[in-house]
Design a protein around this ligand. Structure first.
Ligand code: ZN
Length: 464
């Protein structure tokens, strides 16, 4: 992974290689600014003295994982600098809110006299998103602003829509790829998958390879228009052959459904995902130019560049990409963990109190979620443990290391590596690295400072 570099005033400079960062640190020209992701600060350089290349941050927003790629652009293509995957916690949020709602409802019924309902005197702002969805926009924006703070990002790209209606319907709008019709093919395929719910129109089969099917067969003069296309699994497609759909589908109801659906356009094809639009609006507030791309184009770029499918590499393929040099590099997986709970009472499944949390979050200068290094000199747990700490009021902590939880470590042995910031970090090696067996600590020692901190052990999840 490239290392982020700041000048002596904390302004971002171009990211550098791990080797260079190691040398800068060894020569005393830089110091560690932050451990995860690794950021160093030069002690002898000002941003005004340096020239920047063009850096673009690309985003592929997803419901569970958002891919992010920092890409350096030059005249004849682009090069990937860093890859990130942001793992959202929308599900946890909605579950926590559902639970809170149930507890409140119980309290209302159990402890209160009758109160008139007042459920219909609330309003919501326009553009309101459910907390689980809003969190996706918020955490993505938090990382965009963070990365802009650590690197001189000059432009943004994001995948805004699943398919580009223009590319499908009007094949000669602009660009070579439109005219070649290849990109249009991808857009049509993505559109059909969405429209027909990724199932075979004739047998409702899903999780099978689907083929594009002409409702009125081409042999009978059927057109390539989207309104004449559907999806079918291979057996159905072969069975139907050049027959007319009215002959082939015996079930009257199914036939009517297919014919009606084929005619109707997919509603709001451009705005399939409200969070994407909310994110787009939020990205515009950064003041940078935001390029948008479609899902079909992303897939087309990825296939053309022969890249494996990961969220981060998908992000790198968003928008206009001519050529991309991509040496195998790991992805930093950033998991949204939240910052703990407001609720101070732990409850049983029946909603009765089971235990109480402390009023204050901090114990002996540590807080649950902090990354610590514990050097235990003697005893059963002697050794060095690095990981996420869970504090106890007694001062005897638990540390979650890549090799499991170590319980009962005294606060006296702990030193802080990085404060809890609501995210968990792990480095996922690229497929090439995994296949070549290079995902071992020896080659993967990320940076001098990290190995100083003994954080090689952090390089977990060698196989996924
Ligand atoms: Zn079928």
């Amino acid at each position: 992974m490239a290392v982020f570099v700041l000048d002596k005033r904390g302004m971002p400079l171009m990211p550098c290689s791990e080797k260079r960062a190691r040398l800068l640190l060894a020569r005393g020209r830089a110091r560690v600014h932050r451990v995860m992701p690794f950021v160093i600060r030069l002690t002898d350089r000002r941003a005004g003295e340096c020239e920047f290349q063009s850096l673009r941050l690309k985003l592929d927003p997803g419901s569970k994982v958002t891919g992010m790629a920092l890409v350096r652009e030059h005249d004849d293509g682009a090069a990937i600098v860093n890859l990130f995957e942001l793992v959202h916690r929308g599900r946890q949020i909605s579950e926590a809110l559902a639970q809170r709602r149930a507890f409140r409802r119980r309290r209302r019924g159990a402890n209160l006299r009758y109160r008139a309902p007042r459920f219909n005197n609330r309003t919501r702002n326009t553009g309101w998103l459910a907390p689980s969805l809003g969190h996706r926009v918020d955490t993505t924006m938090a990382w965009v602003t963070r990365l802009m703070r650590w690197a001189p990002v000059s432009a943004l790209s994001m995948e805004l829509v699943c398919f580009d209606m223009q590319a499908m319907q009007n094949p000669e709008i602009s660009g070579v790829e439109y005219q070649r019709g290849e990109l249009a093919g991808y857009e049509v395929r993505e559109y059909l998958l969405e429209k027909w719910g990724r199932t075979c129109a004739y047998c409702d089969g899903h999780d099978v390879p689907l083929q594009i099917e002409h409702i009125v067969a081409k042999a009978r003069g059927g057109s390539n228009r989207v309104s004449n296309l559907t999806l079918a699994c291979e057996p159905c497609n072969r069975k139907k052959d050049a027959r007319d759909v009215r002959e082939f589908v015996k079930d009257k109801a199914r036939l009517a459904r297919i014919l009606a659906k084929a005619k109707a356009p997919l509603r709001d094809a451009a705005a399939v995902n409200s969070t994407r639009w909310a994110l787009f609006i939020a990205l515009k507030t950064t003041g940078l130019h935001v390029e948008t791309g479609s899902g079909g184009r992303t897939k087309w770029n990825r296939t053309r560049l022969k890249l494996p499918k990961t969220h981060a590499l998908d992000a790198a393929c968003v928008g206009l990409v001519d050529a991309m040099s991509c040496s195998p590099r790991p992805t930093l997986e950033i998991t949204c963990n939240g910052r703990g709970s407001y609720q101070r009472t732990r409850l049983t499944a029946q909603g009765f109190p089971r235990g109480y949390l402390t009023r204050q979050k901090r114990v002996r200068g540590f807080q649950t979620g902090d990354r610590v290094r514990a050097a235990v000199p003697t005893g059963k747990k002697a050794g060095t443990h690095i990981g996420r700490v869970a504090v106890r009021a007694t001062g005897s902590f638990n540390i979650q290391t890549p090799n499991g939880v170590v319980q009962g470590i005294s606060h006296r042995h702990c030193t802080l590596v990085q404060r809890a910031d609501g995210y968990g970090y792990s480095i996922v090696p690229s497929r090439e690295e995994r296949e070549s067996g290079a995902g071992t600590t020896a080659r993967r020692a990320p940076h001098a400072a990290l190995s100083l901190l003994g954080m090689n052990a952090e390089v977990s999840r060698a196989t996924r």
